[in-house]
Design a protein around this ligand. Structure first.
Ligand code: F3S
Length: 404
């Protein structure tokens, strides 16, 4: 491949994989079973990114392993009704066409593990989306570094990635022991905890002690990992007695923690709620749930809450297209749409051109979404529990401290 025997597109890909392996002193390459490519939204790629992809596709590049995409900048089916411009839609579609020409499935979601691409324990991957990377490593026990857009695409074309970082056992030990001494229950609590820990952990590996295993369901763990990957660069964490690498198989086996790990105590989530909730007494002009993309269970719970209501504030639930289809089959989509809400696919409020859509104040239950909103889409963010967000959608008013 490196000599160009498989064509120019493959040569370029192998050059990138070899360059990464050289920088990180990898001993060899490891086959990957799946690739998730980020950097899909035209809003972030721009014309230069689109041209780069078009050129690579024209050079005959083809992926060799199943490969899916992160969210794009729009819902490819509902973009007109949702207010996206025709110009943006055309440019975004050109990006998706370039990826498709390389054999990539345009499954535009940050939760590929919810739509049939759930890796097995120990699988090696090259995933780009930071929240998905965290979920794959931590909750599923697969192995992936946090790949950049070109790095992931190159790995897909080569079918291998350089074996360094989290592909190696020694780098999967915890560097930070987090002693949790406050209740962590709501999905937003997990996001708040992730926000606090990510700032300390940076690109280290946290090990959580003190979380109630009954609360640590996959939907909440996806919120935890997403927030840590946003406020820090955490790509792997362990939860004692919950995640697969933090479950000793013998009584003498030690937890996966480095001897010199730093220790922090978390005894309140208030600092996270204070920082992420701008609390400017604004009422949101959009309520957004589904960062990372919502699961069917999350959608079902929302449908039950809004059934028979008339929403005063628009509600967007972002979810993978396949999950939206399941929600339609289950009757949840109809209930949500009858209330005035929407299930939006292929995109999210951080990678979409939100300024163009006119949303200036967004309420969310996502620690990651609340963290990125001000910087990425210049929105004021209200951050609270799912109930707090749905109450805002129903009443049109944001209550900074929601109480029953
Ligand atoms: Fe997914 Fe967008 Fe959040 S890509 S994790 S919904 S910022």
């Amino acid at each position: 491949m490196l000599s160009g025997a498989r064509g120019e597109g493959a040569r370029k890909a192998m050059e990138i994989v070899v360059a990464l392996g050289t920088i990180y002193e990898a001993q060899d390459l490891v086959p990957v079973s799946h690739v998730q490519v980020s950097g899909v939204s035209y809003k972030n790629l721009g014309e230069a990114g689109l041209e780069f992809l078009l050129e690579w596709a024209a050079q005959g590049a083809q992926v060799r392993v199943p490969t899916t995409l992160n969210p794009a900048g729009m819902d490819v089916q509902q973009w007109r009704e949702l207010g996206f411009s025709a110009e943006f839609a055309a440019q975004q579609q050109a990006v998706l066409d370039a990826f498709t020409a390389m054999g990539i499935r345009p499954t535009c979601t940050c939760t590929p593990y919810l739509v049939g691409y759930s890796p097995a324990y120990g699988d090696h991957l090259a995933w780009g989306e930071s929240s998905a990377v965290s979920y794959a490593n931590s909750v599923l026990g697969a192995r992936t570094n946090r790949e950049g857009g070109p790095g992931a695409l190159a790995a897909a074309i080569v079918g291998r990635t350089a074996r360094y970082g989290l592909h190696l056992d020694e780098n999967r030990l915890a560097t930070l022991l987090v002693d949790v001494r406050c209740p962590v229950q709501e999905s937003s609590d997990f996001g708040a905890l992730g926000y606090l820990v990510g700032k300390t952990a940076q690109n280290g590996v946290p090990y959580f002690r003190g979380l109630d295993p009954a609360q640590c369901i996959p939907d909440k763990l996806k919120s935890l990992g997403a927030a840590m990957a946003a406020s820090g660069a955490v790509a792997l964490y362990h939860v004692e007695g919950v995640t697969p690498e933090a479950q000793p198989t013998t009584s003498s086996q030690r937890p996966p923690i480095r001897d010199n790990a730093q220790v922090i105590i978390i005894d309140s989530l208030d600092p996270a709620y204070t920082s992420l909730n701008l609390n400017l007494n604004l009422n949101p002009d959009l309520v957004w749930i589904g960062c990372p993309h919502a699961s069917l269970d999350e959608i079902a719970a929302i449908a039950a809450r809004v059934q028979g209501k008339k929403l005063q504030t628009p509600l967007w639930i972002t979810a993978a297209r396949q999950v939206r289809e399941q929600a339609a089959q289950g009757g949840y989509l109809r209930i949500i749409e009858q209330a005035g809400g929407r299930i939006v696919s292929d995109t999210c409020l951080i990678v979409a051109p939100v300024e163009e859509l006119g949303f200036g104040c967004i309420a969310t239950n996502s620690g990651k979404g609340a963290f990125y909103g001000p910087g990425q889409v210049h929105a004021q963010m209200c951050f609270g529990s799912t109930e707090q967000c749905l109450e805002a959608a129903i009443s049109g008013k944001w209550q900074a401290k929601w109480k029953d």
